[in-house]
Design a protein around this ligand. Structure first.
Ligand SMILES: [Zn+2]
Length: 254
């Protein structure tokens, strides 16, 4: 029972982060993977993981949506920081392509450059990759294939026409509450084997009001419904999948 993707450093949690974490533990959640997507959140993310050591784990990368804010030099600096702090990371991401927010051709090219560099960094460090791809799923998959990426999780994956490629590549997908309203995501949940699914929330976003990691229970219920499986089977399998994907060996009985 692990939330594989959320953003605990966001200001939405500033008032009551301790309380949210306490409620998550109480709800039977065994670990949370929080995702630092912007250099300004780096120090705060580290502090949060330090404070809840063994319960909150960190992935980090420069989110493609923010590419325009940074010079190439600043980007290299951040990647270097990630490399130096590799011991504090359980994964690299979210990284990828975002053609929804970024329309300019030049900036899209820079996204691709950053994406390739980030994939190579993850490979060097032996870390799994968490992928954000919006309006650019096919090119993102192609780049990952070209770079020979193996341990890959397609975050919030809804491109159901490409599910077979994800399966063939031996990758994972992480699903969240969007299953409540997206047919495409429901089709992905139906078609992808349970062993390849991770639970996530992308909280504080995606809920009605502020979302938090406890909603992975609802996500597991939805997957059980779609796959016609018992809730417990989904709940436990996704926990084990998360331990395997992020190599969280210290989490016993996830
Ligand atoms: Zn996210």
């Amino acid at each position: 029972m692990i939330d594989c993707h959320c953003h605990l450093e966001q200001p939405e949690f500033d008032q009551d982060r301790d309380e949210v974490i306490r409620l998550c533990r109480e709800a039977g959640i065994k670990a949370i993977v929080t995702c630092c997507a912007h250099p300004r959140d780096w120090e705060k993310s580290l502090e949060i993981c330090q404070r809840y050591q063994g319960f909150v784990f960190l992935t980090a990368a420069l989110h493609p949506e923010f590419i325009e804010e940074f010079s190439s030099q600043q980007i290299s600096g951040f990647l270097k920081k990630l490399e130096e702090n590799a011991g504090k990371l359980v994964g690299i991401g979210e990284t990828g392509l975002d053609f929804y927010w970024v329309k300019d051709e030049k900036q899209r090219e820079r996204q691709e450059g950053l994406f390739r560099e980030t994939i190579r960094l993850a490979k060097r460090l032996g870390k799994p990759l968490v992928i954000h791809a919006r309006d650019a799923v096919e090119p993102a998959i192609r780049i990952l294939e070209e770079e020979g990426a193996k341990r890959v999780c397609m975050h919030m994956f809804g491109a159901n026409q490409l599910t077979s490629r994800v399966i063939e590549n031996g990758w994972w997908v992480s699903l969240n509450l969007i299953l409540e309203r997206s047919k495409k995501h429901r089709k992905v949940a139906r078609d992808i084997p349970l062993e390849r699914i991770l639970l996530e929330t992308d909280s504080p976003w995606l809920g009605q009001g502020r979302n938090d990691p406890r909603s992975i229970r609802r996500v597991a219920e939805l997957i059980a419904e779609i796959k016609k499986l018992e809730f417990q089977e989904v709940w436990q399998a996704c926990g084990r999948n998360a331990v395997e994907f992020f190599d969280l060996q210290q989490i016993s009985s996830p």
